[in-house]
Design a protein around this ligand. Structure first.
Ligand code: JFZ
Length: 319
């Protein structure tokens, strides 16, 4: 029993938001890696990023009405683009045509609906000049780019990642969850990245000292507060060291986390509700993802389903 996590156990249902430049490509948040896109090839999305219809109050209301009690948003996904006004990079929303911090109004909107706020931060970074090539990197088959690893200053990247986390935990109010993503095994001649590379123990100490109540997931390669199976339904309550653990299943409505216009394999509302009930019956939380589009709207297929979930919730007196 840990008073830090009582709210999490009660919360049960949350909204995951994957939003970044990949919304413009409208074909998966891994498009850079899948299509081996260089920084230069990807730059056009940065130059055109302008979500003119962004209205986080709408998102927050929809989530609260669907019975969601917390949210987690990608402050930076693997592509490296930052939704907030980080002082440590120029690769951020404030330098796009949109010109404004996207994170602060989002957190404010959700908090005013009584929804707790969590941040996703990618440990991988395909844009940072000191980030070395690994088996997932978009430039992994580009010999010149790989050869430049010898000149890359890894500690610079680690300082960047720790420093950005410090910004997020000092300038954006109480952060309830930190979802760090992820550790990479060594493969095909590329070294892996895990707790040594991320300097995870020092990182966790920093998080604890800045915000002792923030719940951390377990993808840093060191034990965290929350175990996060992804895209599958565990058969029973997940145990860590033989004891029932705090866990959270994260799922997409369809086959992608980022906005994917032409992806048609959407789960039905009934399927989602069955998964939610199944998760909760085994002691877990259900984090359901939406990928907003490049104009800043939630995908209408998600809106439709979240509204239906809200109807079910009200019938069962949740929201
Ligand atoms: C990661 C991301 O690569 C993906 O784009 C999305 O953000 C998702 C929530 O997280 O993907 C992972 C990370 C870890 C595992 C699987 C997919 N894992 O531990 O099985």
């Amino acid at each position: 029993h840990d008073p830090r996590s009582e709210w999490f156990t009660e919360a049960r249902f949350g909204l995951y938001i994957h939003w970044g430049l990949y919304a413009l490509g409208a074909r998966h948040e891994w498009m850079r890696s899948r299509e081996f896109l260089s920084n230069e090839e990807y730059e056009k999305y940065f130059r055109r990023f302008d979500p003119d219809l962004y209205d986080p109050a709408k998102w927050a209301k929809l989530a609260a009405d669907a019975g969601m009690k917390y949210m987690v948003v990608t402050t930076k996904h693997h592509e490296g683009f930052c939704l907030w006004d980080s002082k440590l990079t120029e690769y951020k929303a404030t330098n796009t045509p949109y010109g404004k911090d996207l994170l602060r109004p989002m957190l404010e909107a959700f908090r005013s609906e009584g929804v707790r706020t969590g941040l996703y931060y990618s440990l991988l970074d395909w844009h940072h000049p000191d980030y070395t090539v690994d088996v997932k990197h978009p430039m992994r088959y580009n010999k010149e780019y790989v050869a430049m690893d010898a000149q890359r200053n890894w500690q610079n990247y680690v300082d960047y990642m720790h420093g950005q986390t410090r910004e997020l935990l000092t300038e954006y109010g109480d952060i309830d969850v930190l979802f760090l993503d992820f550790s990479i095994p060594s493969e095909e001649g590329f070294p892996g990245k895990g707790k040594e590379e991320w300097q995870s123990e020092r990182y966790v100490d920093m998080v604890r000292s800045l915000q002792p109540n923030t719940l951390i997931n377990d993808r840093l390669g060191v034990p965290g507060d929350i175990t996060t199976p992804e895209q599958y339904q565990p058969r029973e309550w997940i145990k860590v060291d033989g004891k029932p653990a705090l866990w959270e299943a994260c799922h997409t409505f369809s086959g992608s986390w980022g906005y994917y216009r032409d992806e048609e394999s959407w789960k039905s509302t009934e399927q989602i509700l069955r998964m939610l009930i199944d998760t909760v019956s085994k002691g877990g939380n259900f984090l359901l993802n939406v990928g907003p589009n490049a104009r800043g709207e939630l995908d209408e297929r998600a809106v439709e389903r979240l509204e239906e979930i809200g109807v079910w919730m009200r019938k069962h007196e949740r929201s």
